[in-house]
Design a protein around this ligand. Structure first.
Ligand code: 5GP
Ligand code: MN
Length: 336
C-alpha cells in the first residue's frame, strides 16, 4: 500500500518516464511494458520503452511497438540520454540489473526514481519502489493490479488489455501452469468484459510461424531430441550451423523446450542453443524440481521454480556433457 502511495505521489504531475525490460523480451516482458506505457501515456506522461535487444516479430502487433527504442550499442546516445533525463525508470519482468546488459549500468547510475515490477525469484534491491511478487503468474498480472490499485482500471482499453493478456497467456503456458490462480482468471474475465480479442492475441503469437521455423521444429524434434529415461529428463541441443541452415530468427526457438517436457514421464527438460558468443540454456520442470536452483547453482542463471534459464561459456558439447554429469546429483528428485 505504501508503495502504491509513493508511486501515486510520483505520478501526480506529468513525468518523463522510461520503461525497460529484459534481454530478448518475450510476450510478458514486452506486453507488460507496452501495457504500462499505454496507460501512462493516457495519464499525460512522456513515455519511452527501451528494450536491451530485439524481440520476436510475433510481438510486433502490440500497440506502441513502432515507438519502442531497441538499444543497440554503447554508442546509443539517444537511449542513454532518455535514461539520464527520466524522472521515473520502470524495470519490468527482470530481477537483477545484470540481466539487461549495458543498460543495467546506466539505470543504476540514473538520477530518477527506479520502480521494479517483477515476479522472478530473489529480486536484487536496486529500485527505490519495488512491486515484487514471486507468486504472480506474470508481470502483466502485476501491471493490471497496479493500474487497478491506482484507481484507473477504466483506462485499460483494448489496446492495453491485449498487451497484458498476451503476457498472462504466455507466462501461464496458456493457463496450464501451477501459477494459474483464481486471481489470474478473474483478471482475464475483466479483460474479456472490456472486449479484449483473445482469439486474435492467441493467433498472433502462436499461429504465426514462418515456414522455415516450422521446418526447423520438425528437424529438431526428429533429430535433436535426447531422452535420458533413467533421470526422467529430455533435452535438445542446437548448433549455430543449424540455426543458420534454417534461417533462424529471434523467437524461433521459443517454446521448443516445452516439447521436451511434453514426453510422458519427463519431469526435467533443457534446451541448449549455441549463440556463438555463449550457449544459452532454458530449463523447465514439473512439480517440486527447482530449475531456478539448478540454473543458479550450475549455469549462472535463475528465473522461476519451474522455468529458468542460464548461460555457459563452454562449447555446446562440453555444456551438454556438464549437464549430463550433473543429473546423478539429483537422482532423488528426478528418478521418482
Ligand atoms: P526462457 O527459458 O524462456 O528464456 O526463460 C525462462 C525464465 O528464466 C524467464 O523467466 C527468464 O527471465 C529466466 N531466465 C532466462 N535466462 C536467464 C538467465 O540467464 N539468468 C536469469 N537470472 N534468469 C534467466
Ligand atoms: Mn514474466
Amino acid at each position: 500500500m505504501q508503495q502504491i502511495n509513493e508511486l501515486q505521489e510520483l505520478l501526480r504531475t506529468p513525468r518523463k518516464i522510461m520503461i525497460t525490460t529484459h534481454h530478448k523480451p518475450d510476450a510478458d516482458a514486452l506486453g507488460s511494458s507496452l501495457g504500462l506505457a499505454g496507460y501512462l501515456k493516457k495519464k499525460g506522461h512522456q513515455v519511452t520503452v527501451i528494450t536491451p535487444t530485439d524481440y520476436p516479430s510475433f510481438l510486433n502487433w502490440m500497440s506502441g511497438n513502432e515507438e519502442v527504442l531497441i538499444y543497440s550499442h554503447r554508442t546509443d546516445a539517444q537511449a542513454q540520454a532518455i535514461i539520464q533525463e527520466a524522472d521515473v525508470l520502470f524495470c519490468l519482468d527482470f530481477s537483477a540489473l545484470s540481466r539487461i546488459n549495458e543498460l543495467g549500468g546506466y539505470i543504476r547510475q540514473a538520477k530518477g526514481t527506479r520502480v521494479l515490477i517483477d515476479h522472478h525469484l530473489e529480486p536484487e534491491p536496486f529500485a527505490e519502489i519495488m512491486f515484487s511478487n514471486t507468486s504472480a503468474a506474470a508481470t502483466a498480472e502485476l501491471v493490471y493490479e497496479l493500474i487497478r490499485d491506482l484507481g484507473d482500471e477504466d483506462l485499460i482499453d483494448n489496446a492495453i488489455g491485449e498487451c497484458l493478456y498476451a503476457g498472462i497467456m504466455t507466462d501461464t503456458g496458456s493457463f496450464r501452469h501451477a501459477s494459474t490462480t483464481r486471481n489470474v482468471h478473474l483478471i482475464i474475465a475483466d479483460l474479456l468484459h472490456k472486449g479484449v480479442d483473445i482469439c486474435k492475441v492467441h493467433r498472433n503469437i502462436y499461429d504465426s510461424y514462418s515456414e522455415s521455423r516450422l521446418r526447423f521444429l520438425g528437424y529438431v524434434l526428429k533429430d535433436k531430441l535426447t531422452v535420458v529415461r533413467e533421470y526422467n529428463t529430455a533435452f535438445i541441443a542446437v548448433t549455430s550451423e543449424e540455426l543458420k541452415q534454417y534461417n533462424s530468427q529471434t523467437g524461433d526457438t521459443e517454446g521448443l523446450v516445452n516439447f521436451a517436457l511434453s514426453i510422458e514421464g519427463v519431469r526435467f527438460a533443457a534446451l541448449f542453443i549455441d549463440r556463438t558468443e555463449a550457449v544459452k540454456i532454458s530449463f523447465r520442470s514439473v512439480g517440486d524440481i527447482s530449475v531456478n536452483e539448478f540454473a543458479r547453482s550450475h549455469f549462472s542463471g535463475g528465473g522461476h521454480k519451474n522455468a529458468s534459464g542460464g548461460i555457459s561459456y563452454l562449447s555446446l558439447e562440453e555444456t551438454v556433457e556438464k549437464f549430463k554429469s550433473l543429473l546423478p546429483l539429483y537422482t532423488e528428485q528426478l528418478a521418482k
